[in-house]
Design a protein around this ligand. Structure first.
Ligand code: 13P
Length: 222
């Protein structure tokens, strides 16, 4: 069971206080070095497809590796929604990161509107398909199912809804799939007991030391 904390654009807890936890952390870029120095398995929240170049505001896989970073998230829905990232761009980011030697958590998931229209599987097919075509079944590639309607809303997918989506995603690309979307200590056990839920990508609850530690403990028993 894998627990990953996505700190988004929050400073997050003191990395040294997380020392004993078996978890991935994805802090903002300014805290990457602190997390690496604290001995944490550290992921960036994004990574560019080129090794270097005139790409203001971006960071490359070799730069992250130089810092001691282990992996990167790509395709988070907030990147897709607010910064115009496309399936093609996400796939390029994932492919380049893997080729350089990073691990990748590639995020997919449907919006509320897409779910209401009955388009969940079509959306997942397109998003996962782009990643599969670019990366194949790479052993450093993980996926995260993050239904957009459950992110930061307090609305969690039911364990059955998560299980159905995870099984569908694995039928497209058979890699471990983390669930993300309002995971908290009080719902983690049920979610992680689903056969195709291989861990959690946690936003808000990863910013609080006690709740993140509780999630790690739950994961260690699942
Ligand atoms: P929340 O756990 O705050 O809903 O965020 C989920 C997420 O986006 C993790 O990447």
């Amino acid at each position: 069971m894998i627990i990953a904390g996505n700190w988004k654009m929050f400073r997050g807890p003191d990395p040294h206080a997380l020392g004993g936890l078996d978890a991935i952390v994805a802090p903002p870029f300014t805290r990457l070095r602190d997390c690496v120095d604290a001995g944490l398995t550290t992921y960036a929240q994004n990574v560019h497809w080129e090794a270097e170049g005139a790409f203001t505001g971006e960071i490359s896989a070799p730069m992250l590796l130089e810092l001691g970073v282990t992996g990167a998230l790509v395709g988070h829905s907030e990147r897709r929604q607010y910064f115009g990232e496309t399936d093609e761009g996400v796939a390029r980011r994932a492919r380049a990161a893997l080729a350089a030697g990073l691990a990748v958590i590639a995020c997919v998931g449907e919006t509320q509107e897409e779910r209401d229209e009955g388009d969940t599987e079509t959306v997942l097919q397109i998003q996962v398909g782009a990643i599969r075509n670019a990366c194949g079944m790479h052993d450093r590639l993980l996926l995260a199912y993050e239904p957009v309607w459950a992110i930061g809303t307090g609305r969690t997918a039911t364990p059955e809804t998560a299980q159905d989506a995870h099984a569908f995603i694995k039928s497209l690309l058979d890699r471990p799939v983390l669930y993300g979307g309002s995971v908290k200590p009080d719902n983690a056990d049920e979610l992680m007991s689903q056969p195709d839920v291989d861990g959690a990508l946690v936003g808000g609850a990863s910013l609080d030391l006690d709740s993140f530690a509780a999630l790690c403990l739950t994961a260690s028993h699942s």
